[in-house]
Design a protein around this ligand. Structure first.
Ligand SMILES: [Fe+2]
Ligand SMILES: [Fe+2]
Length: 478
């Protein structure tokens, strides 16, 4: 009888929690979205991670004219006791507006903040921004939002941004503890179409969650990208390019390296990875984000020019610098690779159990699209990709969202959910007990490694020149 009473009480409590969850969950109807969307333009603010977890970068467009951008931040909703930060303003490329950039410093963990921003003494309404722990944290990974003003699916920009918002809604309604968003690129479809930028920026979540983005092929020329995101630690490289730059940032023990995979000089990508890793020797995890998915899932795996060049010239740097995880988009189909090293699968004990400890090699994840534009895995792709893919989502075409949680105890957990059905599509955990940073001692360091991948067996020629150089140095400069 007593047991029955306890079960009854538990059932009531569960029912009540379920009801509360549904009540607190935010879902926007199509009608409400339409009314909201019609009020928007491209001046919506975007926030990005700063160079580490204690900083936050702000970027927004304003009309031409004098601009002295400022952001005020406070722990109080009425903005009392605020701190004020000034930034700089420049002409935006291709459009008659100014871009405003401000960095806020001194952000602390487990704190709720409110910020307002303005360019000429008039400030916006306060917006909330909440931090969680810096030691253990969770981020959201999405990709390929790319709203398209002439979409083949005949969806309007309003409908595509509604779908993008639905992806974020599903993620945030089920994860109250996300700290920021990582976006694998193809932000828009036509890079210089301002309406597509408006559609991308539309979800209000982007006002409260920093958004670490990387350019995709759709973003990589006629750069409006850099006037919408104020990224930290930009690496300009040694070759002038109109295709944008990569950057890096730290969050707790994790180094994020954002690689612009459509930069025409891959050597600069190499040097970006080198610089980021060497400046963060204490990082326990290294996560790279590149739009191109070298071990991907779909039609782009048949691209033999750019993909092949990326595999030959950038992937070796991932190997060399002991990257743990590479996050990509581009193919619009979810996939998870086996652990890969030197372009080969590394047999990994426990891989099929979904949890491995101190694996050798790198796991590559490809995300779906995020605004109703995910693709279907076909028999042709299955045949082509089966040698490197351990898991792929191939049952349908719904967008998925991916959460990645890193704990202070050394675990990195990847969870993938279908945004429409809520079904858990995939999960995998990497445990790290050994944080030693090791890499192959190749002649010439990372540059030698780069040549080794390109030259294959002919690398011996490079080694012969290396030996010759050493001998000459010993004779003449010893
Ligand atoms: Fe794409
Ligand atoms: Fe792409």
């Amino acid at each position: 009888m007593f047991k029955k009473l306890i079960s009854f009480i538990l059932a009531i409590v569960l029912l009540f929690s379920f009801f509360t969850l549904n009540i607190s969950a935010k879902t926007v109807s199509k009608e409400d979205w339409g009314a909201y969307f019609s009020t928007l333009d491209n001046t919506q603010i975007s926030i990005t991670p700063g160079k580490n977890e204690t900083e936050l970068n702000f970027c927004w467009h304003s009309d031409l004219g004098l601009s002295a951008p400022k952001v005020r931040i406070s722990e109080n909703a009425d903005m009392s006791d605020y701190s004020e930060f000034s930034g700089y303003s420049k002409f935006s490329e291709l459009i008659d507006q100014r871009t405003n950039n401000v960095t806020v410093t001194g952000i602390e963990e487990n704190t709720t903040y409110y910020y307002t921003y303005g360019t000429n003494g008039e400030f916006s309404k306060p917006v909330s921004y909440r931090t969680h722990s810096f030691d253990s944290f969770k981020f959201l990974f999405v990709s390929d939002v790319q709203p398209n003003y002439k979409s083949l699916s005949k969806m309007s920009l309003e409908e595509q941004s509604y779908e993008w918002n639905k992806t974020l809604e599903a993620a945030f309604n089920n994860n109250d503890d996300i700290s920021f968003i990582v976006n694998g690129g193809d932000i828009t479809s036509h890079k210089d179409n301002t309406d597509e930028w408006t559609a991308f920026l539309a979800p209000e979540y982007l006002r409260s969650y920093p958004n670490a983005t990387i350019m995709g092929n759709h973003d990589s020329a006629k750069l409006q990208y850099k006037s919408y995101f104020y990224n930290p630690n930009t690496y300009y490289g040694i070759s002038p390019t109109t295709y944008g730059q990569g950057y890096w940032f730290r969050y707790g023990d994790v180094l994020f390296i954002m690689v612009n995979s459509f930069k025409k000089n891959f050597f600069d990508n190499h040097m970006l990875i080198k610089k980021a890793v060497e400046e963060n020797p204490d990082a326990k995890w290294r996560i790279a984000v590149s739009h191109i998915d070298p071990y991907g899932t779909g039609s782009h795996t048949f691209d033999d020019d750019e993909l092949q060049a990326f595999k030959e010239q950038v992937v070796p740097a991932f190997d060399y610098y002991d990257i743990d995880l590479v996050l990509s988009g581009h193919d619009h189909i979810y996939g998870r690779s086996y652990f890969m090293k030197d372009d080969k699968v590394v047999e990994t004990e426990g891989y099929n159990s979904g949890k491995v400890t101190d694996p050798e090699g790198i796991m590559y994840i490809t995300a779906t699209g995020s605004s109703g534009n995910s693709k279907v895995y076909t028999e042709e792709y299955r045949e082509h990709t089966k040698s490197w893919l351990g898991m792929v989502k191939d049952e349908g075409r719904n967008d998925c969202y991916i959460t990645i949680e890193i704990t202070a105890e050394g675990e990195l957990e990847i969870l993938v959910f279908d945004k429409v059905t809520g079904e858990k599509v995939d999960n995998f955990t990497i445990v790290k007990t050994d944080y030693n940073f090791e890499h192959e001692d190749t002649l010439g360091g990372v540059i030698g490694h780069y040549f080794k991948r390109i030259m294959g067996e002919y690398f011996v020629i490079f080694e012969m020149f290396g030996d010759l150089y050493k001998k000459i140095s010993e004779i003449f400069f010893a």
